[in-house]
Ligand binder design. Sequence first.
Ligand code: FAD
Length: 330
Amino acid sequence: MKIFLVFLEQREGIVKKASIDTWNLVQELAALYPDTSVSALLAGPADIRQLDGVLAGQGVVYHANEEAYRLCNPQHYTRLIADTMKRVGATTLFFADTALSRDLAPRLSVRLQASLLSGCTVDEAWWNGGACQRPIYSGAAIASFAPCCPLKIYTIIPHATRSFSSATTSGSRITFETLEPSLHTSEELFPQVRCIAMHKGVRDVAEATIVVAGGRGMGSAEGFALLEELARLLGGAVGASRPVVDEGWRPHAEQIGQTGKTVAPALYLACAISGTPQHLAAIGSAGTIVAINRDPHAPIFDVADYGIVGDVHLVLPKLIEELQEFLKKR
Ligand SMILES: Cc1cc2nc3c(=O)[nH]c(=O)nc-3n(C[C@H](O)[C@H](O)[C@H](O)COP(=O)(O)OP(=O)(O)OC[C@H]3O[C@@H](n4cnc5c(N)ncnc54)[C@H](O)[C@@H]3O)c2cc1C
């Protein structure tokens, strides 16, 4: 009997879509093998009703519903996950590939003496034998890796395989079990982690369905006011290329690309972004791409569905004005 454990990452009590997609993907893999079951671990206070109708398949979600796990202390999360692996007899652990899992997975790999395959993409062919595929050189080539230890840990690139928005969740049979308060007392955990910067109400660019992203050509931090307004009107999130983050115009949490986040919005608006491979590597799953650039030969136009050749400082105010008019009439 193989047991897969999926780690469900929450922030402010909201389970990340990337984790839900990972669960649904693992369910599909498990369905290929009759002797495989899937469980999940959710750490920290969260309303489990948010998982109704979004988790496909069947399995148990173990919930460590302790205040002490609200924020991630890597040492204690590592211990909790390792304990849960042992408790359920899991042989394989799956994470969505996020900043958090990039911290936790190597710790767990050492602690459990497990093979770690990070940044994987997944399909059914992939699963045969537990090998994984991983895009390298900014997605220009695909490398295959095989695990060598009996215990395996995978981090799955969100959106890299396919979208599970239409995953079959009807008829799913998920049960929830609250984990007993662990050995690690709340008092022991509390003082060690604190949140120093979290902008409430700001959409995570990795989860947004509309992303308005700006590049170096926006010119300054102030230039992003236009993108913020556009994102507000569209109900989307602001994203940025790496030079923008390096300049300190926008926070790293908004960086899209090889060393930032992978996104899969229905609409991706690339403003004054040239479209280098390191940026494009992270927008391959976007639905419609609209690019605004004053250089008609910018590589972003090679991947864009719609392109506007022009200066963002002229085009964006017009776009905002039109959108405001449009929204007024609705
Ligand atoms: C290991 C490594 C990892 C990297 N990771 C990332 C990553 O995660 N994300 C990322 O984005 N990059 C990453 N990069 C950097 C990447 O190679 C590019 O340098 C970067 O993507 C370029 O950003 P940009 O398009 O904003 O800037 P530029 O390449 O400078 O492009 C600016 C564009 O704006 C246009 N423009 C200028 N002014 C205007 C205007 N007024 N109106 C309209 N258009 C205008 C220009 O024509 C140009 O096309 C990485 C590089 C390396 C080596």
